[in-house]
Design a protein around this ligand. Structure first.
Ligand SMILES: [Zn+2]
Length: 48
């Protein structure tokens, strides 16, 4: 049932579309790499 969802992923930090193999999966989110993941955490931390 999640087929459509898996078709395209965007980095939650920089919002680029990601290619399957390259993404970095953490905390139910997809990122370009560790850096973007960190950026995302920063943003989240700033929000709360
Ligand atoms: Zn990114």
């Amino acid at each position: 049932m999640a087929k459509a969802e898996e078709k395209r992923k965007n980095c939650l930090a920089c919002n680029k579309s990601l290619k399957r193999i390259k993404w970095y999966y953490r905390n139910n989110g997809h990122f370009c790499n560790k850096n973007c993941f960190k950026e995302f955490l920063k943003k989240q931390a700033a929000k709360t």
